[in-house]
Write a protein that binds this ligand. Structure first.
Ligand SMILES: C[S@@+](CC[C@H](N)C(=O)[O-])C[C@H]1O[C@@H](n2cnc3c(N)ncnc32)[C@H](O)[C@@H]1O
Length: 264
């Protein structure tokens, strides 16, 4: 009772603060979701809710409407989607690279997948990986709702470390030209090394890491900084780091045992 009496005069202050700083609080919450990747509630917290909102409110068959509906959702709810600022950098890279094979690690509800797919050249295909089966189903449905077909994308429902050795079966003799890692910053380096070992990253390949500002990404940054002959860091916008494998870099060896630079 006494607590109520104390807090009542503070009510207008609380309302004004929440209203004024809602965007900032949302951003803080999004940040907390991203820096706590292993908490069990993290994934469940928004996948079902985003999927339901997008499914009900977008115009089916129109990728731009799907993206706008994601943005609308994120105005009032915490969201794990890549978002419009980093999305613009992603768009610019997809247009420039025009990949025939793009890989996304961390599908979630399909926001970045839709962004990539709508800009791929006619022969371009996306492989996207999500380890949570329920989330993967939501993501796949959103991508289909946006109007894309399974001939344009494939969603692999497994952890990235299990998906990477299976990618060769999808791309055949080709290489990946674009990789977006938007899954777990702690997996950036092990997954980059696995992609190298599998010989999937060609000279000129562009790699994007969505949360390169997090402490968990430090090992990746150190690895890349120590190999200027292999990677060039292009820019970092809102935590999204763009790297490019040097166009003239020598092909990666098949096994890390053959190349000490891949084994740390
Ligand atoms: C930040 S969300 C991805 C957002 C998505 N790219 C978008 O723009 O909507 C991260 C997703 O990666 C998934 N994930 C985390 N670690 C993973 C791993 N090792 N392999 C595959 N998926 C993973 C999570 O379940 C989550 O759905």
């Amino acid at each position: 009772m006494w607590l109520l009496a104390i807090s009542l005069p503070l009510l207008p202050v609380i309302i004004v603060t929440v209203t004024r700083y809602w965007g900032g609080l949302g951003a803080l919450y999004r940040h907390l979701l991203r820096v706590t990747p292993r908490l069990p509630w993290r994934r469940a917290v928004c996948a079902r809710s985003v999927h339901g909102f997008v499914f009900q409110n977008c115009t089916h068959g129109r990728p731009e409407s799907v993206l706008e509906t994601f943005h609308l959702y994120a105005r009032t709810h915490p969201s794990l989607s890549l978002g419009p600022e980093r999305g613009e950098l992603l768009d610019e890279v997809v247009r420039r690279v025009a990949p025939t094979w793009a890989l996304e690690l961390g599908t979630h509800c399909g926001y970045a997948s839709v962004r990539i797919l709508r800009l791929l050249p006619p022969t371009g295909r996306l492989l996207t990986v999500e380890h949570d089966a329920t989330t993967a189903d939501f993501g796949e449905e959103v991508i289909l709702v946006a109007g894309f077909k399974h001939s344009q994308f494939q969603l692999l429902t497994c952890p990235s470390k299990d998906a990477i050795p299976r990618l060769r079966a999808h791309v055949g003799a080709e290489l990946l030209q674009l990789v977006l890692m938007d899954h777990d910053a702690g997996q950036y380096l092990p997954d980059l090394l696995a992609l190298e070992r599998e010989g999937l990253i060609g000279p000129g390949c562009v790699l994007l890491f969505s949360d390169a500002h997090l402490p968990a990404a430090r090992s990746l940054l150190e690895h890349v900084a120590g190999r200027p002959q292999r990677y060039a860091a292009r820019r970092q916008v809102h935590g999204l780091l763009e790297l490019q494998r040097h166009p003239l870099a020598t092909p990666a060896p098949q096994s890390s045992a053959q190349d000490p630079s891949l084994s740390d």
